[in-house]
Design a protein around this ligand. Structure first.
Ligand code: FNR
Length: 366
């Protein structure tokens, strides 16, 4: 148990002090808006609100889950409450980090609890897919899922899919057999929405189709190009072999751009585009490609560990104003119209997508 808590603490430390980002981009440099010299709208009529799982949000940004239950729990609690205050202020959704520590050590629940400071926030709990595998001793089921959501009064549950991170980590849970079946069973009984989320290696169209097939409610693509979990594990590796493995797989995965296109093309599911989203123009591109939200984790960690709510809000407001400006410059009054503006896709992303989907159809139907 102690190990889980220490591990989560080390993750935050490395994320703050080292470069843990992918060495490759998330791909949005290959996606281009066509500037519109006659927008025929006023900038101040641009409406950034979106609907998701029956709720309305003021802005299309999602604070991706990071923490909870770290050693002492105080740091994690501070991070989550700081993020939650910002989310409450802006009316945007947020997730907490993996609640595995809480399932094992219920006394850590407070580090995930934010309802006292964020009564209205759309809050997403978080458990890991390997815990549901058929080969996992004491595998999770509906009881743990209910506990995760209800202890913190969350509105939905995210199940993180993280085979890359587990596979390059010495103590990793590399059991993944029977996860899809377990999630199908959970979906059938569970009264809350379930979001499947990757953690930096992206979701392919094949996986998205399976997730939609069992009734999963939304996908956070968690694509390549932002925080690299192999990168984080590289710094934690205890020996040469471990360091080599983590370094080798540092940039493994499906870029965020590509994952958004594959999932949008192959399913009807709402999409959260997370993974290396660092400015509002990039976020506007993801929204134009069919995502409902851009998700952000790492950039918010620094102000959050200091309890700096205004610092978190300042970063988010910068993204919001950049999205608004991009929408003005393509003449999109709202996110629905943004999905219909022309996009030009070039380079590596075009080459990839031409082999995987009907690019013309995707661009018409997104
Ligand atoms: C994460 N992420 C994460 N995801 C998850 O499902 N459960 C978790 O416990 C964590 N923990 C976590 C800790 C820290 C410090 C970071 C930075 C991230 C992954 C996160 O939700 C997101 O998918 C990725 O970080 C990609 O987004 P960014 O960081 O590139 O914006």
């Amino acid at each position: 148990e102690e190990l889980t808590l220490i591990r989560k603490f080390e993750h935050i430390e490395h994320c703050l002090k080292r470069n843990v980002q992918a060495h490759v981009s998330n791909g949005f440099e290959d996606v281009h808006f066509v500037h519109m010299s006659l927008p025929e709208i006023d900038k101040d009529e641009v409406d950034l609100s979106v609907e998701f799982l029956g709720r309305k949000f003021d802005y299309p940004i999602f604070i991706a889950g990071m923490t909870g239950g770290t050693r002492g729990s105080q740091l994690a609690g501070k991070i989550n409450k700081t993020l939650a205050k910002a989310a409450q202020e802006l009316n945007i959704p947020m997730g907490v980090g993996s609640q595995r520590a809480m399932i094992r050590k219920p006394e850590t629940w407070e580090s995930y609890y934010v309802r006292d400071v964020a009564p209205d926030v759309f809050l997403v709990g978080n458990l890991g897919a390997p815990q549901f595998a058929e080969t996992m001793p004491d595998r999770y089921g509906i009881d743990e899922a209910l506990k995760a959501v209800e202890t913190i009064q969350a509105d939905a549950l995210a199940i993180h899919l993280n085979p890359l991170q587990e596979s390059v980590q010495p103590e990793g849970d590399t059991q993944y057999r029977g996860v899809l079946n377990a999630l199908a069973e959970l979906r059938a009984e569970f009264p809350y929405p379930i979001i499947a989320k990757e953690t930096g290696a992206g979701v392919s169209l094949e996986v998205a189709i399976r997730l939609e097939g069992i009734g999963i409610d939304a996908i956070d693509v968690g694509g390549l190009g932002g925080t690299s979990w192999s990168g984080v594990e590289y710094y934690r590796a205890k020996d040469e072999m471990g360091r080599n493995m983590a370094l080798r797989f540092w940039d493994w995965g499906i870029k965020t751009t590509i994952s958004v296109a594959e999932v949008r093309y192959s399913t009807e599911l709402p999409i959260i585009a997370t993974g290396g989203m660092r400015d509002g123009i990039t976020m506007a591109k993801a929204l134009a490609m069919g995502a409902t939200f851009a998700g952000v984790a790492l950039p918010l960690l620094k102000p959050a560990v200091k309890g700096d709510v205004e610092g978190v809000i300042k970063i988010l407001r910068r993204y919001i104003e950049e999205i608004r400006n991009a929408m003005f410059l393509v003449g999109a009054r709202n996110i629905e119209e943004l999905r219909r503006v022309p996009l030009v896709i070039t380079g590596f992303t075009r080459e990839w997508l031409e082999q995987r989907i009907d690019l013309g159809e995707y661009l018409r139907e997104r």
